[in-house]
Design a protein around this ligand. Structure first.
Ligand code: T3D
Length: 259
């Protein structure tokens, strides 16, 4: 695996650390290719039951590496999005395992939206979020125009995107952009503990929740009720459901295997 992305496994948690700290982990083709390879490996590895995405150094991710755009010829940004950003967001949303973004510092542009593509986003107190695109004449990509209004409503989405102001992690949690803001001290350990607890949950139920939440964005209530019924029927046949009910009856913690 390339040095631009550090890959580490602890128990059932795979941690992916964006590793270009001198550029606040700006995304270039090498990082994208390493991320694609990492997700391909995670998709086919049943022993991995949660993914933790974070950044090295003082940043989480500063979005696309802007230096790629300096020079004579104009890059086709649409091609870069087709090749890298859209497949990444799609596979994160479709991954049948939880993804936790641990935002350890600044998250800007596509870096902010990469975090929002995760299932659970936590950030440390000193982290911040900026939909920086407007500052350089672009629009939010990597799912930003979809995630923002769903998470914080249309008024705040437009404010964040059009003004491009930086908001603190505390504000992000207060407006529902992220799950929680945690103290700086012990943040990495807290993030790993959260990922470890998610990895011990019934993984198939989390996968089915992801499927249902994804579909809810476009489904009618009728269609969503039918989908919930179908998914619950499948969940009702899993060994983890049987274990959950047994553990309840025996008044002990459940030991889920992800089956
Ligand atoms: O192009 C495509 O592929 C299409 C996709 C586009 C998606 C996008 O993400 S567009 C949006 C790109 N991101 C940005 O516009 C954010 C740019 N960065 C900043 O505005 C600021 O750096 C931050 C607000 C993130 C942090 O500010 P600050 O003051 O804490 O740090 P800094 O001094 O600006 O940055 C530290 C270093 O990282 C600096 O390098 P240097 O001068 O020490 O050699 C800076 O140039 C570098 N850096 C930060 N962000 C990027 C970057 N280098 C390349 N690309 C970056 N995005």
């Amino acid at each position: 695996m390339a040095d631009e992305l550090l890959v580490h496994t602890e128990g059932a948690v795979r941690t992916l650390t964006l590793n270009r700290p001198e550029k606040l982990n700006a995304l270039n083709p090498a990082v994208h290719e390493a991320l694609a390879a990492a997700f391909t490996a995670i998709e086919s590895d049943d022993t991995i039951r949660a993914v933790l995405l974070t950044g090295a150094g003082r940043g989480f991710c500063s979005g696309a590496d802007l230096m790629q755009n300096l020079g004579g010829t104009q890059r086709d940004l649409g091609a870069a999005i087709d090749q890298h950003y859209n497949p990444l967001v799609r596979r994160m949303r479709a991954l049948p395992k939880p993804i936790i973004a641990a935002v350890n510092g600044v998250a800007a542009g596509a870096g902010a939206n990469l975090a929002l593509a995760a299932d659970i986003v936590i950030a440390c107190e000193s982290a911040n979020f900026t939909e920086a695109f407007i500052r350089i004449g672009l629009i939010p990509d990597a799912g930003g125009t979809f995630f923002l209004p769903h998470l914080v409503g249309d008024a705040r989405a437009r404010g964040l995107a059009m003004l491009g102001e930086t908001i603190t992690a505390t504000e992000a949690a207060a407006i529902g952009l992220i799950w929680r803001c945690l103290p700086d001290a012990g943040f990495a350990q807290a993030a790993l503990a959260l990922a470890t607890s998610l990895a011990a949950k019934p993984t198939q139920a989390i996968a089915a929740m992801k499927q249902a939440f994804n579909a809810a964005a476009t489904n009618s209530l009728d269609a969503q009720l039918d989908l919930e019924r179908d998914l619950q029927r499948t969940m009702g046949r899993t060994p983890d459901f049987a274990e959950g009910v047994r553990a309840f009856a025996e008044k002990r913690p459940a030991r889920f295997t992800g089956a």
